[in-house]
Design a protein around this ligand. Structure first.
Ligand code: UD1
Ligand code: UDP
Length: 373
């Protein structure tokens, strides 16, 4: 980090409020939580309850060995407006009570935007972790969340230089931006060995390293559209037929609901419950290739040296395309198959563009800088 970037910790550190609510936020906030613990800082965890099923929520706290949330708003599922409104009301109550002087949010979910908005209206400084990502597709709810959050945040923790450039291009002041790398790297480094030691997923699923494909899909624009979801499942079935290898697909609850509602066939695919982070990380690290529409999975595969085919038409993670770990294969069966054919032949020697695994430390250092000086 550049020395002058520390200048934006202007006020005296009092307490940090960490707001999270979904699976990826628990994973990517975990290095920050660990660092707050290590330094013995005053902080609290506010869980919005956007994700609440055991395997999307609780399991991650257990596996990552992070403290239970101090608050859980239990907002649950709903329309965007309904969920956003409930989160804002609940966050406001807690922030009034705790009075932190900085709130950290991570990523691009409704939890992030609503949490940041509630905090900024109370004149509490907001730090946005993973700031500056842009897909340039405003039909994605996440793109709206990112833009709003970045523009009301006081500290923008950008994972890469290109994320910083996106922020500057929108007129955000450079002194608010700090390039830290992505906390996903910290989470991968902190858990990969543990995942290898503790999980028996290969035995459980009867898999051989590099002899299976791993899939995730949950983006609203992919799975809430019947034709698009059908096309994705068709493409995955064709991959299974052509390579005669298992296609392991832990199904996100949104996708499970849609597959049932729409009565779509899933022949040839090995559909499972969502895995915990340790099982998933272990599977990811040994996959022949991962097919996904997840943001975190595009990054993790890049860090792990595993090729990725992203079932979307654009990505806010262009670094993965630049280094050659990831290709965009859209949501078209033929393109998915062709993309997999070309991606499996790639060498795995790219350089991880997301940092050294110390993003969590850097972020906490900035937030608590005045105390340690
Ligand atoms: C949310 C985020 C998305 C993120 C994803 C991570 C928004 C707009 N979307 O999408 O950016 O990539 O989390 O996984 O914030 N459900 C359960 N149990 C749960 C959670 C959800 O059954 O614990 C089901 C419900 O039927 C719900 C549906 O999944 O309606 C969608 O959940 P929601 O949180 O609205 O959006 P996600 O698709 O999970
Ligand atoms: N993940 C997991 N189990 C699964 C699928 C994903 O632990 O069955 C983890 C994955 O390793 C990554 C995170 O969930 O850390 C990504 O979450 P998701 O794809 O739901 O959200 P996104 O990253 O797209 O916002």
């Amino acid at each position: 980090m550049r020395k002058e970037e520390l200048k934006f910790a202007a006020e005296e550190y009092r307490m940090i409020g960490l707001i999270l609510g979904t699976r990826p936020e628990i994973v990517k906030m975990s290095p920050v939580i660990r660092e707050c613990e290590r330094r013995g800082l005053d902080y609290f965890i506010l869980h919005t309850g956007q994700h609440y099923s055991y395997e999307m929520d609780r399991l991650f706290f257990e596996e990552l060995e992070i403290p239970d949330p101090d608050y859980n708003l239990d907002v649950g599922s709903g329309t965007h407006a309904d969920q956003t409104a409930k989160i804002m009301t609940g966050v406001e109550d807690v922030l009034r009570r705790e009075s932190p002087n900085i709130v950290l949010v991570q990523g691009d979910t409704n939890t992030v935007m609503a949490g940041a908005l509630a905090a900024s209206k109370l004149h509490i400084r907001v730090g946005h972790i993973e700031a500056g990502l842009r897909s340039f597709n405003r039909r994605m709810p996440e793109e709206i969340n990112r833009i709003v959050t970045d523009h009301i945040s006081d500290y923008l923790f950008a994972p890469t230089e290109s994320a910083r450039e996106n922020l500057l291009a929108e007129g955000i002041a450079d002194e608010k931006v700090c390039v830290t790398g992505n906390t996903v790297v910290d989470a991968v480094y902190q858990n990969l060995e543990i995942a290898r030691r503790r999980t028996s997923i290969f035995r459980d699923l009867d898999l051989e390293p590099r002899e299976y494909f791993l899939v995730t899909a949950h983006r609203q624009e992919n799975v809430d559209d019947r034709a698009r979801l059908k096309e994705i499942l068709k493409g995955l079935a064709e991959v299974q037929r052509e390579f005669s290898l298992p296609v392991v697909f832990p199904v996100h609850p949104r996708t499970e609901k849609r597959i049932k509602e729409l009565g779509i066939g899933v022949d040839g695919l090995n559909l499972t419950r969502p895995f915990g982070f340790l099982e998933f990380l272990h599977l990811e690290s040994q996959a022949k290739l991962v097919l996904t529409d997840s943001g975190g999975v595009q990054e993790e595969t890049c860090v792990l040296g595993v090729p990725c085919a992203t079932m979307r038409y654009e990505t806010e993670r262009p670094e993965t395309l630049d280094v050659g770990s990831n290709i965009l294969v859209g949501a078209d069966a033929e393109r998915i198959l062709e993309g997999v054919r070309s991606a499996v032949t790639r060498t795995h020697s790219w350089k991880n563009p997301y940092g050294d695994g110390i993003a969590g430390k850097m972020i906490v250092m900035v937030c608590a800088a005045t105390r340690s000086q």
